[in-house]
Design a protein around this ligand. Sequence first.
Ligand SMILES: [Mn+2]
Length: 465
Amino acid sequence: MKHIFHRMIPVVAVAVAAFSFSSLLAVPQIHDDYVLRRQKLMDFMGDGVAVFRTSEQSRQNFFYLTGLEESSAAMLLVSEAGKKFILFVRPANPARSIWTGEVTGLEGAKEYFGADEAYPLDQFERILAQSLRGKKRIYCSYLNTELAASLLQMASRPWNNYPKQIVDLTEEIYEMRLIKSAAEITLIKKAVDITSQAHIEAMKAAQPGMNEAEIEAVIEYVFRKQGATGPGFPSIVGSGPNSTVLHHEINNRQTVDGDLVVMDIGAEVGRYTADVTRTIPINGQFSKEQKDIYNIVLEAQEKALSIIAPGIEINDVHNLAVSIIADGLLRLGLITDKESRWQMRAWLMYTINHWIGLDVHDVGDYKRRRDSSRVLEPGMVFTVEPGLYIRMETIDNLQEIMGSSVPEEQVKEFIKAVRPVVQRYNNIGVRIEDDVLVTEDGYENLSVKAPKTIAEIEKIMKKSD
Ligand SMILES: [Mn+2]
């Protein structure tokens, strides 16, 4: 039975959180979350059958609705009086398990995942055809294009009595995933805590001459040592010029004295990922120029955090940070017009918030319209990550970056004005990112344990000798 436990980390973790009296030795409870999610979906559906099959694109939704981590499985949700949850899995096979490990099997599908009926995966088409007969609608997710195409084909055959209407459930599931349950929040908090610890250990270990990969190794050692499955996305450790590259991919540069290092990292726990960024001076002390940039980003980040509460639009969080950053850039002479969107875009080129959850850029519509956006609600979890990326290369390629929408004359004038200042701040990239949970009356900063102010960072990096 031990293998089942391995496969069910989220369920076990959740069961422990929800039933503190139960011991780890007890049979894991099928957590209410999965049941509730399927129930909610079936309530939303009219008369019909929802059809799901694992695929690269729909893997997370499948897990979200079942807790099942098999690479190959399918599911039917039959919404009618006496609703049914039917799972299709690979049957247990002792001759194969010595090669590939144990699978959930038909008994496991019922006992641990709460299926009303369970069948071998190769019976999927047959039972599907049976279940669709006489129903009004087929529900599926268009994310799984292959499955959606074959369902469309079934529905379009004129001579059968399959449903003729197909409804996409993707948006419905995304809306559900946007509001995290207590159990999900527990997992995210653990992931963020471990990530904060990794930042602390990286800060302690950092010194000039270390390769970015060594710092990455310190970080990911802490992840796994503390019980995370690993990084939830490729760790970014960008030093010196690499600090100004947003998604620096290959951590392979040897740091030198005077570098800033951007560490954009996130541990994964029970499939939920954190995403926390800190920026440190490799030698333990920020230079005057690094402080100038750092303090602008920090002020923007802290003010943006401070307004987070239910009822606030997520765009307002972004806009406030951008406005503070624009003030700072104007003060330093890195822009010449506070209202100019394109000047701002030279140094900060993205929206500073994204949802986190099963995915590091989790699903859920931001509803960004001209004058409004998604209104925050308790249970939403997202990052606040303003940054500034000052590099000469941007100036050298500015016309190309901005395109024809910005007149050549304006670009030339701007370059002339800011070039000496850019030279002074060249290769300074700063990103500061926290993970926040929207609560009933405000927000909780989940990554508050990772040192963030200049004083805190310099203190923790101080070598005792
Ligand atoms: Mn992020």
